[in-house]
Write a protein that binds this ligand. Sequence first.
Ligand code: SAH
Length: 395
Amino acid sequence: MHTIHLNKDRAASLLRRHPWVFSGAIARVSGQPAPGDTVRIVDAAGSPLALAGYSPSSQIRARVWSFGTDESIDADFLARRLEAAVARRRALLDDRERTGCRLVYGESDDLPGLIVDRYGDFLVCQFLFTGVERWKDDIVRILRERVPCKGIYERSEAAVRAREGLPVTQGVLWGEEPPELVEINEQGRRYGVSIAHGHKTGFYLDQCANRALLARLVAERSVLNCFAYTGGFGIAALQGGASHVLNIDSSAPSLALAADNFRRNGLGADRFDNLAGNAFDLLRQFRHEGRRFDVVILDPPKFAETKVQFKRAARAYKDIALQGASLLNPGGLLVTFSCSGAIDLPLFQKITADALLDAGRQGQILHYLHQSEDHPVGLAFPESLYLKGLVCRVA
Ligand code: SAH
């Protein structure tokens, strides 16, 4: 078998069961593995450590399938891993009030580079690593045999595929083409999801638990929902008894879908407004106009893709938190998120503290939030924690 020989003193992370082998850790590659081939990883003394998929064009040169070298990496192996991931979510799959959830979350589910989300009768996959691309046909067959569904669709993220040297692909992998909108039920909240055109695989499933929490905090309060997308938090707020929701997003089509989703939930046009525009500008304008809200939600897109961009990103997070906090009535709630992996929780908390200081407001953290439980964090793989949120009470 092809073998990757690590440099001296570069075995520690694998021994701690971190699943990535970076190019800089590699002394040499023996054999001529093709992209996606299974390779043996050995330490500088030649002792075997793991079996991994090989990805020659990525800085993450190999991702571990199995620690140790006893298992064969084949369709049966993948079936066992997929079955385990699905079995861990059995309660979610059986819950009729939860028809949208993540079934496979990559490395956290011991399936590097594979994402599978369920939206009602459809599964949506992302193949983000050559090692998993290699097994695509088997993975699709195993999924359709084990998870009842009408169709399986691919929505792989273009930028990640490019880094892996993979072509950008989208479309039906098996079964029926999904309709333009697939309705999911999230604990009584109904959302139309565009699998072909929505963000990520169609929806922000990772915020599910946070939407449920928000619903419990907002009774009779007015809510400004910035970066609203298709109304995820706004609908949760109104179902939790909020008096009114103002949704802001720069994308008019997303807001149109949000309006559709409010109707889907029987929430009348008197209870919400949609405003298309740049949140950075609108927050400033509202401050200038002296507008006030009881709750301000900030759930922006990823401002930092990499460590290099994190300073600019930190300024952007601070800016919206400062403006958002300034709009709060005394005792109001600032609900602020970052999904940038490059900004960790201590830094995000500091950014938020600095923002409140500059806004001349005092605050306390009531809740630390993260991604929902169907996006578990691998203890040996801290990179899988990307979503951080704070609920602050602002005096
Ligand atoms: N809170 C949403 C997800 C938000 S995704 C949910 O739970 O479903 C981020 C959203 O921010 C996208 O809809 C995008 O259109 C919007 N966006 C990006 N930049 C923006 C800006 N400068 N001003 C307002 N909205 C912006």
